[in-house]
Design a protein around this ligand. Structure first.
Ligand code: NDP
Length: 313
């Protein structure tokens, strides 16, 4: 490359960065993320891109908040006039005791991922489950209404999506969890039964049991952390898919790696598949709308997320 070309590229790169940077003014409204750790988060890229795109005076910042400091930190956002925060590990459950009221299905889910501040009072929301359903409907063209769903896992994310699926109108929800924490699945099933009309059961997460339940399953969701690492062993093999004649969609909440072993296996059966990037996107878009009262620019937020993942390598 010629010297002039490389100088021009550098100058253009710098101007692009400047155009993309957030301007902080005396009126800037602050939102952010409380978590421990927070270094890995992609949310600032997604939200700040949306603020820039709409030209609104907001900024999204990560805050490293330890478990024991959550109460003080949440009190602080009300006192300092922040618009709200997202919550990630380990705060989603602990935060319940610090908010004035829970909105939507957050009390049934028993966890919140979004806090909004109004008149110095804190309101708690859970946008994970709704984000999952939007991703299914809008990105995958799969409507879970009246569907038979099998969810692997009974942790925080499984709770959010199982409760939201029940409220949305799924017909049957089966929760599969390994022996170690089987009571988690039972408790979740019990909580979902509060919503009349949906059939719920919990089963052991082992392949023979999953195969017995495979025939009528229409949507399979992996809400365990199995698949995050290349050496992870899937709880099911091709035998499950051989028996799952009604299966139309396989969704893995994991988004990095983007094609987990489960998605590759499901893809080899010609099934529609999705990773969890859409859920991350739509839960963020809902939080954005709660804080700003404006429609989230989904395409801008999606591009910012995919760019951030690419740049991370
Ligand atoms: P939790 O720690 O609350 O739950 C993890 C679940 O995975 C539990 O049910 C756990 O079972 C199960 N599990 C872990 N290891 C194994 C194993 N070896 N075999 C079988 N089951 C196992 O985590 P979350 O619910 O918060 O997150 C679950 C996954 O979803 C993670 O991969 C996370 O990255 C992803 N996620 C994605 C989001 C998105 O926006 N796309 C949002 C939130 C989460 P047990 O109870 O027996 O330990």
């Amino acid at each position: 490359m010629r010297f002039e070309d490389s100088r021009r590229n550098l100058r253009e790169g710098f101007l692009e960065k400047l155009r993309n940077s957030i301007k902080i003014t005396g009126n800037t409204q602050i939102v952010g993320l409380f978590g421990d750790p927070v270094k890995h988060t992609l949310s600032p890229s997604m939200h700040n891109a949306a603020f820039r795109h709409l030209g609104i005076d907001y900024a999204y910042l990560p805050f490293h908040v330890r478990e024991q400091d959550l109460g003080a930190a949440l009190k602080g956002i009300a006192d300092m006039g922040l618009k709200g925060v997202n919550l990630t590990i380990p705060h989603k459950v602990n935060a319940l005791k610090y908010v004035k009221s829970l909105c939507g299905e957050a009390d049934v889910i028993g966890a919140i991922n979004t806090v909004a501040v109004r008149n110095k009072k804190l309101f708690g929301y859970n946008t994970d489950g709704k984000g999952f359903i939007s991703s299914l409907k809008d990105d995958c063209c799969f409507d879970p209404k009246k569907k038979n769903v099998l969810i692997l896992g009974a942790g925080g994310a499984a709770r959010a999506i199982a409760v939201q699926l029940a409220f949305y109108g799924a017909e049957k929800i089966t929760i599969a969890n390994r022996v170690l924490d089987f009571h988690l699945a039972r408790r979740l099933a019990g909580d979902i039964r509060r919503k009349p009309g949906v059939k719920v059961k919990c089963v052991l997460l082992d392949e023979e049991t999953l195969i017995k339940n495979a025939r009528t399953v229409q949507l399979l969701v992996n809400a365990t952390s199995v698949g995050l690492h290349p050496g992870d062993r899937l709880p099911l093999t091709s035998r499950f898919f051989d028996n799952a004649q009604s299966l139309g969609m396989v969704y893995d909440l994991i988004y990095n790696p983007p094609r987990t072993k489960l998605l590759r296996l499901a893809g080899s059966y010609g099934l529609k598949t999705s990773n969890g990037l859409g859920m991350l996107l739509y839960q963020g878009a809902l939080a954005f709308e709660i804080w700003t009262g404006k429609k989230a620019p989904i395409h801008i937020m999606r591009k910012a997320l995919t760019d951030a993942i690419k740049n991370r390598g």
